[in-house]
Write a protein that binds this ligand. Structure first.
Ligand code: HEC
Ligand code: HEC
Length: 213
């Protein structure tokens, strides 16, 4: 369970899964989201390895590696992986003022925790990741920002990439579904969400079953 350190995103033992995901995503959106599409001008990724391996760069969202984050930010909803939003969005969400009014909830934390978690999130954000799926979330947010936000805090579920991927799912399966509630509850439908696996073939909507595209 250890000789994976040379791939910076792969500190967990799920090598086989990640290889599988890499192979699956080869047929997908692969080259559609190049580094050139990242135009938010706010890169923090200079210290990150960008070409570790062909499958590392194409696999799904990198899993959480910070147990404090998983604990503090995973109690009301799943602990969203840093690779689901760009650094600028995380900075807007994880600061004292925003946490005190967090999508209608109070999610306040000590200053020390705010610093630790915002550092973790921004350093591993979608726009610093080499993974295709994260690149997609980073790109979509840039588009989204120019399109005008309706809410003061950014949302994963309001990025253009997210909206495009979920636009065929009717409300009766989401907001009107007592076992889902909202699109923010990724892990109610995505069986592998906690590990960063959002592949559409592992979706099972409560009370409706597997998703047939
Ligand atoms: C006290 C409960 C609570 C805690 C703790 C909490 N959140 Fe939330 N969070 C919410 C609620 C409620 C929503 C809105 C969910 C909805 O619209 O269905 C939300 C939404 C979000 C969203 C937007 C999801 C979307 O729809 O795209 C992000 C991102 C987020 N939280 C990040 C965090 C982070 C980071 C932390 C830790 C610093 C955290 N949350 C801790 C309650 C909480
Ligand atoms: C109501 C169930 C449901 C919820 C909640 C949900 N999804 Fe999905 N998601 C789906 C379905 C169904 C698909 C496949 C849609 C299609 O292919 O038409 C999908 C597709 C995706 C894809 C593309 C997968 C692929 O193989 O291309 C991503 C990425 C994704 N979801 C991320 C998320 C994230 C992140 C969240 C939470 C913020 C979330 N989803 C919440 C049902 C859900």
């Amino acid at each position: 369970m250890q000789p994976t350190q040379r791939y910076r995103d792969m500190k967990t033992p799920k090598i086989a899964l990640l290889i599988t995901l890499g192979l699956l995503s080869l047929g997908g959106a692969g080259l559609a989201f190049s580094d050139d599409d990242d135009d938010d001008g706010d890169r923090h990724g200079s210290h990150h390895e960008k070409h570790g391996s062909w499958f590392g760069s194409r696999s799904d969202i990198a899993p959480n590696t910070n147990p404090t984050y998983t604990e503090e930010c995973g109690s009301c909803h799943m602990a969203y992986q840093p690779g689901l939003l760009p650094a600028q969005s995380w900075a807007q969400i994880v600061n004292p003022a925003a946490l005190a009014n967090h999508y209608g909830d109070d999610a306040s934390l000590s200053d020390a925790l705010v610093l630790e978690l915002s550092t973790y999130l921004t350093q591993n954000a979608a726009d610093t990741s080499s993974r295709t799926r994260s690149r997609a979330f980073a790109v979509a947010s840039a588009d989204n920002a120019s399109g005008g936000q309706t809410e003061s805090l950014p949302r994963i579920t309001q990025t253009a990439y997210f909206l495009r991927k979920h636009d065929e799912i009717p409300a009766r399966m989401v907001t009107d579904n007592p076992d889902v509630g909202s699109f923010s509850q990724c892990n109610r439908c995505h069986q592998g969400a906690a590990d960063g696996d959002f592949n559409e073939h592992r979706v099972k909507i409560p009370n409706f079953g597997a998703w047939e595209d």
